[in-house]
Structure formats: C-alpha cells, structure tokens
Design a protein around this ligand. Structure first.
Ligand code: KG4
Ligand code: ZN
Length: 363
C-alpha cells in the first residue's frame, strides 16, 4: 500500500510517500520539505496567515517532487494522509483541503493523522527502530509530554507541562538573548561556547514527585539574569535589543545555563518515568529531540541503566511529511483504520482539530 502524507500544521510544508508491505516496518520511498523559517524570521515568530498562504503555494509542487523522486504516479497512491491537528487552524486546513481534494479526484480514501503521533512514531523511520512498549519523551515547540506507549494508538499520558513547552522555553530565552527565530537551535549553538554552571537558573518541578513540567518560570529567570547583566548600560524596561549590550561570553554563559536547566529537567523526569513504568526503552521525539546536549546526557544516563534510547533521524526530528505518512501506515497495519467498504458513499467534507490531546486517540 502506497501512502501519501501531507504535513502543514505550522511553518513547514512536508510531503512524503511511505509504502507498507505486509506487517514489515513501512518504508519511506521519498519525502520533500519546505521550511518557512526565513519568511517568518522578520517577524520573530510564525505569522499564521502567511504560513497558510505559503502552504498553499508549496504543497502541490512538493507532491510532484516526491512522486518524481519515488518514480511513482499520483494514480499509484492508495491512501492520502494529512495532519488533522493539533496546530494552526488555517495551516491545517490547507493540508486537509488538498488531501481531501486529491482523495476525491483519485477516488482514494483519506486519513487524518495526529501530529504528535507522527512525532512519536517517527523513530520507526530510522535505521534502529524501537519496539513496543516504551516511554516516549515528546518535546516540540508546543508540547512537552511523557507517555507510556504500548502499541500504535495505545498511549497513556504520564506527565506534561503545566505551562510552556520545552521548545517554547528554548525559543523565548533565545529571543531574550537577541537570537533569531526559531531560537532553539541558535541557543544550542551559542551554548557550546558558554559555561553551563555560570548562572544557577531554576529547575522547575524537578523534585515535585510527579512527571509534570513547568518552564514558564525559567524564561522569567533568564529575563532577570539578562536584566541584571545589562543594568549597568540600561535603565527602564528591557528593550528587545537589550541583549546586544551583553558581551558574547556573557550571552554564551546565559545560553549554556538555560540549556543546562532545560536538559536536566527533561533528563531527570525521563529517568523517573522509566523507573515508574519499569520499562527499559525510551523514545525521544519532536524538535527539541535534535538538541545535542539532551542526546548526549540521555545517552550516557540510559547506558548506565541498561536503557535503550531511540531517536528519529536528525533531519526528521522537526516537522515533516514522512512522520505523517508513517503514522498513517502504522495505523493501517494495526487495523486502527479500515478502508471504506465498496458500497460506502464518499463524503468529501473534512474538519481539522487545532487542539487535540494525544491521549484522546485512546487505547
Ligand atoms: O517538533 P517541532 O519541529 O515543531 C512543533 O511541532 O512544535 O519543534 C520545534 C521546536 C522549536 O521550539 C525549536 O526551537 C526546537 O524544536 N528545536 C530545538 C533544536 N532544534 C529544534 N531546541 C533545542 N535544540 C535544538 N537543536
Ligand atoms: Zn511538530
């Protein structure tokens, strides 16, 4: 079965073709991606209306490219999958609309996929795929969750952020340091030159005894630290350019201390989730999963405990179409989705779910 996957939930348009053969791990035939980062950079964050318009421009040329790369024709596609949520409503509607239109034209079924299930299952696209059950640390720009995963669609929420996501903490702290959007990778790069113990930033909820996270206070602590460092040069409210008054060494130290605080909380809570569940496999997914420090510290701690850690390929950590096609493929294999019967009348209506908790997928 050949599955076309379309991702358009935020600022990346992704299209991919994944093929299932029996019960074997589905295979990625081709994928293509257009990132809108350069377009949104001037505004310091994603502008939803611009995102939607750009998805409209990109999605069909990317589809043509993927089909050409895979040596396939549109008529070969058996199922059209798309990100149904969560995400920006207008952006989601583009992918959903195109998918349903393609399905109608080709007389093929469509399947709405949960974006976080895509991230969660993306390590199955790697050369070293995990096996169930495992603990999943989902760390993206909008979500920070620990899940127990017993199979496709069998997700139990163990803990989550009560305010900002880890990616948001990276991005907001980076903004305070005058770094461009999206700040996470820029902050991580700057942090490599800094001292992670230079400033004692808070590790929110580290000792809370549960598996929840809180990162909003960290951003405030970073702001206070930046203010303290620039106070000699400035008076009054901190302008967006205040961090420019800092030396490169100070900025690197704040970046390294911020990253250390986020990584320590993610690491300790992931280990606590492994202890609580008694599981010996950890999957890390979502954009923050690309963070080198997080990977190094998780690898070291898990190796010491005999726990295997699985990541998506680095280029599939952030949003992409491959994970959407993959999640659809694994749903099909798990018989969580069945094609409409021969007598079924096709409805071409569709809806998106900008807010959609992953645990609603149920077990
Ligand atoms: O999963 P993703 O691509 O989009 C969402 O579904 O939100 O994650 C994007 C997030 C952003 O906050 C970005 O700054 C962060 O992932 N990110 C990183 C790194 N690469 C991406 N954060 C820290 N270090 C990185 N290397
Ligand atoms: Zn994502």
């Amino acid at each position: 079965m050949l599955i076309l996957g379309i991702e358009s939930s935020c600022d990346e348009t992704g299209v991919a073709l994944v093929e299932t053969v029996g019960a074997a791990v589905p295979v990625l035939r081709a994928h293509a991606l257009h990132s809108q980062i350069a377009m949104h950079q001037a505004y310091g964050g994603v502008v939803p209306e611009l995102a939607s318009r750009d998805h409209i421009r990109r999605v069909l040329p990317l589809t043509d490219q993927v089909l050409a790369d895979a040596g396939a024709a549109l008529a070969d596609v058996d199922l059209v999958a798309f990100t149904q949520g969560p995400g920006l409503a207008g952006a989601l509607l583009v992918g959903a609309g195109v998918a349903v239109a393609l399905g109608a034209a080709l007389q093929r079924p469509t399947l709405g996929v949960h974006h976080l299930e895509g991230h969660l299952l993306s390590p199955f696209l790697s050369a070293d795929p995990p096996s169930f059950p495992f603990v999943a640390l989902l760390v993206s720009g909008g979500h920070t969750q620990l899940m127990r995963v017993d199979g496709v669609g069998r997700y139990e929420l163990l803990g989550e952020t009560i305010d900002d996501a880890a990616g948001e903490a990276f991005d907001k702290s980076a903004k305070l340091l005058g770094l461009p959007y999206p700040g996470g990778p820029h902050l991580a790069r700057l942090a490599e030159q800094g001292n992670p113990t230079a400033y004692a930033l808070p590790r929110p909820l580290l000792h809370s005894g549960d598996l929840d996270f809180s990162f909003a206070g960290l951003k405030t602590a970073v702001l206070t630290q930046v203010k303290r460092l620039v106070s000699a040069q400035l008076s009054g409210p901190l302008s967006p350019h205040a961090a420019e008054a800092l030396s490169e060494a100070d900025r690197a130290d704040v970046a390294a201390s911020t990253q250390a605080a986020i990584v320590e909380v993610l690491l300790k809570k992931s280990l606590a989730a492994l202890t609580r569940t008694g599981l010996t496999r950890l999957v890390v997914a979502g954009g923050v999963g690309a963070n080198r420090q997080l990977r190094m510290q998780l690898n070291a701690a898990c190796q010491a405990r005999g726990v295997r850690v699985h990541y998506p390929e680095l280029h599939l950590c952030t949003d992409n179409g491959a994970m959407i096609a993959m999640a659809a493929a694994m749903r099909v294999q798990a018989r969580l989705w069945q094609p409409p019967g021969p007598g079924a009348t096709a409805s071409h209506s569709f809806a998106v779910r900008p807010r959609w908790p992953l645990q609603d997928l149920g077990c």
